[in-house]
Design a protein around this ligand. Structure first.
Ligand code: AKB
Length: 312
């Protein structure tokens, strides 16, 4: 049985990942940690600032963790507003989590992102191995992080694994500080107000994935036979690519008079413009059987159904 420690457990991915891992591996085997206190009593929880290397090491050791899932990070838009904080938190947290994994012999997972690509990367069907010269602090962190994870595997034999997530959509926790967040906000506003004002311009394609598929991808990659992994880290994964008009059209199939307006935020639009329109996930499919269950319309139907209950 695994003993898993999660950082950033109250974040967008962490808050659902914790529950899913507790279902599979047993609540007592999953230690959730975050910088904020939690009111979730479903299993062990500890306060952790990921820049505190000693505390991270001690918590993992005392828990007897054999797996580290490092999710704590600032997202792209916030990182652009606070670049130095992003460097210190995103890189400092990552190197601390890798060091704890090296010292304690833990398997390791951390997400990279489509943000690891930049304007000179091929824009459509972006290959697994390609040019990566991102122009955002978040992207710089992600590329450096991908390389650092490869380094810890090659140099120290740490079993590091990871994916490049696209925008993740979920009805449980709100993302906060990302560029792709509009694709979550839009469902809330569609139900609450019947309209949405998008800060991302029409015609801007970005990859996206529904949270259940993202969680399954993490579990499948962590369980994958290491002999089959050529890449190990930073696998391109995606379920769909759409632009704002397409998600609006998908919502109109359920809410026919849904109105879409635009008030483009130049900062987040510039980030979106520097990212691919669509990425190629064939390496993940070949090496560990990556698959998804939700396309745009299936995601929209589920989001609206679940959010209707949540917002009541
Ligand atoms: C963001 O928008 O910053 C994230 C991401 C794609 O990494 N959702």
């Amino acid at each position: 049985m695994k003993r898993i420690m999660i950082t950033g457990a109250l974040g967008q991915i962490g808050s659902e990942l914790t529950g899913k891992l507790r279902e599979i591996y047993g609540a007592e085997n999953v230690l959730a940690t975050d910088i904020r206190p939690s009111d979730d009593t479903s299993g062990p929880f500890e306060i952790l600032d990921v820049t505190d290397a000693q505390k991270m090491h001690d918590l993992a050791k005392d828990f007897g963790a054999d797996t580290m899932m490092h999710m704590a990070a600032l997202l792209s838009a916030t990182a652009e507003e606070k670049p130095l904080l992003a460097w210190n938190l995103n890189m400092g947290g990552l190197v601390n989590a890798l060091e704890a994994s090296r010292e304690l012999g833990m398997q390791f997972f951390t997400p990279s992102s489509i943000g690891a690509f930049g304007p000179s990367t091929p824009k459509t069907d972006t290959p697994q191995d390609t040019l990566q010269r991102p122009t955002t602090m978040y992207g710089v962190n992600k590329v450096a992080g991908e390389l650092l994870c490869d380094y810890y595997y090659q140099k120290f034999g740490v079993d590091t694994r990871g994916v490049r997530f696209p925008g993740l959509v979920s009805y449980v926790a709100q993302p906060g500080g990302g560029t792709t967040d509009y694709a979550v906000d839009i469902y809330y506003k569609a139900l609450e107000q019947g309209s949405y004002t998008s800060y991302i311009d029409k015609g801007t394609y970005m990859d996206m994935m529904y949270m259940p598929d993202a969680l399954q991808a993490i579990i499948d990659l962590m369980e994958a036979d290491p002999a089959k992994l050529v890449h190990r880290n930073a696998f391109n994964v995606t379920a769909m690519s759409f632009e704002p008009e397409e998600i609006a059209a998908s919502i109109r199939r359920h809410i026919p008079d849904f109105q879409m307006n635009y008030d483009v935020d130049p900062a987040r639009q510039a980030i979106a413009d520097s990212w691919p329109d669509s990425i190629d996930a064939s390496a993940a499919k070949q090496e560990w059987g990556f698959k998804t269950a939700y396309d745009l319309d299936a995601m929209t139907a589920d989001m609206l159904e679940k959010l209707k209950v949540k917002l009541q």
